[in-house]
Ligand binder design. Structure first.
Ligand code: MLT
Length: 207
């Protein structure tokens, strides 16, 4: 039996009965469950929104897994937290009655990294992912089967935290596992801009 995982979270049902799936909103370091609600609603007006708060605290800042330094992850914790979050999504589907096969993550920075980790470790959890400023969470020993799943990697050319080669490597990794990957470049850094949201909305509408 999976252990019941509790996250502080928000859930907003789809506005109409013609529901367009569920967005799993994953904030960046120091964020919370409120941050991405307006972004999620703007990307997908027809979706349900599930937005947990990361359970790890770094100097009081919520995150989804521990890190040893910026961009250097505690791999053991990352694996454990990835499973914990995937179990929470499965439990939430039962609790709120949404279709577990139609969950798409929208993650920013630390949230994008755990979403990428979930695609690699628990590929059944996500039909797709909008990864905003992600990096390679780890190199999988056995590639997952991501055929039929989609990902948008939204990278910044001038991102001081994620080098362009790292964004490209992530896109390649997901593509080699069979995912349909769009790599979107913004000229900016680690913060999101309007073009990211336009790309995310277009990607969602194509799906
Ligand atoms: C991470 O820790 O996931 C990355 O360094 C991104 C961040 O949260 O700043």
């Amino acid at each position: 039996m999976p252990q019941t995982t509790t996250y502080v979270h928000r859930f907003e049902p789809a506005p109409a009965t013609t529901a367009g799936g569920t967005l799993l909103l994953l904030h960046g370091t120091g964020g919370n469950e409120n941050d991405l609600m307006p972004v999620g609603r703007a990307i997908a007006p027809d979706a349900a929104l599930l937005s947990p708060r990361g359970r790890v605290l770094e100097n009081g800042m919520p995150r989804f897994f521990r890190r040893l330094a910026e961009g250097v992850f505690d791999q053991e914790d990352l694996v454990a937290r990835t499973h914990e979050l995937a179990d929470f999504v499965a439990e939430s589907a039962k609790r709120y009655g949404f279709d577990a096969k139609r969950v798409v993550a929208v993650g920013f920075s630390n949230g994008a990294n755990i979403a990428a980790s979930m695609m690699l470790l628990r590929p059944e959890t996500l039909a797709g992912a909008i990864l905003l400023r992600p990096m390679v969470p780890f190199e999988p020993k056995t590639p997952p089967d991501l055929r039929g799943r989609r990902a948008l990697v939204a990278a910044g050319k001038a991102d001081p935290i994620v080098k362009p080669e790292n964004s490209e490597r992530l896109a390649t990794l997901l593509r080699e596992a069979g995912a349909d990957v769009t790599l979107h470049w913004s000229p900016g850094g680690h913060t999101l801009d309007r073009a990211d949201l336009t790309a995310a909305t277009a990607w969602w509408q194509e799906g």
